[in-house]
Design a protein around this ligand. Structure first.
Ligand code: NAD
Length: 459
């Protein structure tokens, strides 16, 4: 079993037996037994599907590419989770990401289980025709286990609307006469996708920060001065002052989160640094994020990396190494690239006091404990980056009803859903001072245990 999955699940089950709200209908040995069955269920995925996609390249060479679909848990509904195209994809990573999806959907009460897919390629090394073939083959190889009521993939690192459009089309060809609009989410709007899906994760990630520091604290100032909340008090002391923000990763999630921070009129933010796989760009006076988004959208998703390119984009910035973004003296660091960016070996160099996990698992368990001891606020992945799966749920609903919402309706529903989760999480946070991740995990497993018990699976 993937080690990190065991870690994630172990951490999510920590102290659960001490919670009065955990299966109050059971007492003594029955309750302990139910707790152990819960651990056994969640620390193993329901299904591991793996294969090698046979691809003929344009030059006639034949390749076999490792590909995965992991179905972690379906207690709350069909499996749901993105498909990642990245050279480092491996079985363990995909299982971990699927387990996080189970917790994320449970936390936000989205009626889906947890799944994830991956293909071990660097998409930049393949032509458009080859990418099309890889997407078709992925659906052909895994078609038996995919479908609107079984398992619904979405985009992740290295995939986007184009890949989801191709995949849904292949699913439709393989399953003539069957409903297909809900088989993949994150499609283009013209092809049955939802307004706002592409932006949803980045917008949602920034919204968690804005909601905590602006809306929630404005409404609940009295909770900050409560002496039981010293942990939160120290970390949130600057909540009314201007904030400097750095964003690691400038793809689907990072570029949108950076743009939201740049445009936000509620908080007096300055986005002083952004980074991607090549560089960090830094300007202490604030970067022009609109121009950077324009540049990257016409340059294969990449940031300017030479002074000539900066000039072409009309941007004033210093070019630094890509890792430097992690160690800048900023107030907020949004992590929106890949996992394991902050680890035991580099955590002491991190100066930001608020970290937002736009990416999945960008902070390792060991580093997370150190940050918690230092009183750093970490808005965890399952809370912060759920915007994508929430709007995917709306897309799936729209596909079933063939009735489509406006962009405004989508964002209103998205923020309402996130707000309702955040209200209960932030309430416990200010009340107990426990790290946000612990509280989110505990809410998620409580929901899963209740449903598993009702379904007769915990005994
Ligand atoms: P993406 O491929 O669009 O963007 C990834 C970005 O990270 C790119 O700018 C890339 O250059 C950069 N990057 C790669 N390696 C880097 C490194 N070592 N240092 C700095 N930057 C690096 O991917 P995305 O869809 O934005 O996903 C980013 C993260 O968010 C992933 O962890 C993904 O699982 C998570 N996520 C995405 C969604 C979604 O809807 N796209 C939803 C939930 C979670």
């Amino acid at each position: 079993m993937a080690k990190q999955t065991t870690d994630i699940i172990e951490r999510s089950l920590e102290h659960l037996l001490e919670e009065v709200a955990f299966l109050p209908q059971l007492q003594g040995a029955d309750r302990t037994k139910a707790f152990h069955s819960l651990g056994a269920i969640l620390s193993t995925p329901n299904h591991i599907h793996k294969s090698f996609l046979r691809i003929v390249r344009e030059n006639g060479e034949v390749f076999r590419i490792p590909a995965f679909r992991m179905q972690h848990n379906d207690t709350l509904g069909p499996y749901k989770g993105g498909i990642r195209f990245h050279e480092s994809v491996n079985e363990e990573e995909v299982i971990n990401l699927a387990a996080l999806m189970t917790l994320k959907n449970a936390l936000h009460e989205v009626p889906f289980g947890g799944g994830k897919g991956g293909v071990a390629i660097n998409p930049r090394e393949y032509t458009v025709r080859e990418m099309y073939m890889i997407c078709k083959k992925y659906v052909q190889y895994f078609s038996d286990v995919l479908g609107p009521d079984k398992d619904i993939p979405a985009p992740d690192v290295g995939t986007g609307q184009r890949e989801m459009d191709w995949m849904m089309s292949e699913y439709k060809s393989i399953n003539p006469g069957k409903p297909y609009l809900g088989s993949f989410t994150g499609k283009s709007v013209m092809n049955g996708g939802s307004q706002g899906r592409r932006e949803a994760t980045g917008k949602g990630a920034y919204y968690t920060l804005r909601y905590l520091l602006h809306d929630y604290l404005n409404e609940h100032q009295e909770r900050l001065v409560d002496t039981t909340c010293t942990y939160a008090q120290t970390a949130l002391a600057k909540w009314k002052q201007p904030l400097s923000v750095a964003v690691q990763g400038f793809g689907n999630v990072g570029s949108v989160a950076a743009l939201e921070a740049y445009r936000c009129s509620y908080l007096n933010n300055k986005v002083v640094a952004v980074s991607d796989r090549n560089v960090t760009l830094l300007n202490q006076e604030g970067l022009d994020i609109s121009s950077l988004v324009l540049f990257s959208s016409s340059n294969n998703g990449e940031l300017p990396r030479t002074s000539d390119e900066l000039m072409e984009a009309g941007i004033q910035a210093e070019i630094r190494d890509r890792e430097e973004i992690l160690y800048l003296g900023v107030d907020v660091l949004v992590l929106a690239a890949l996992e394991d960016q902050i680890r035991e070996d580099n955590v002491e160099q991190v100066k930001a006091r608020i970290l937002v996990e736009g990416a999945n698992a960008p902070i390792t368990g060991e580093a997370d404990q150190i940050l918690a001891q230092q009183g750093v606020i970490v808005i965890p992945d399952i809370l912060a980056n759920a915007g994508g799966v929430i709007v995917s749920y709306f897309e799936w609903l729209q596909g079933r009803e063939t009735l489509f919402y406006t962009e405004e309706e989508v964002y209103t529903m998205l923020f309402d859903k996130m707000k309702s989760t955040m209200n209960s999480i932030f309430h416990s946070y200010l009340g107990t001072g426990k790290p946000l991740r612990k509280i989110c995990y505990s809410h998620a497993v409580m929901k899963l245990s209740t449903n598993l018990y009702i379904q007769g699976k915990l005994f």
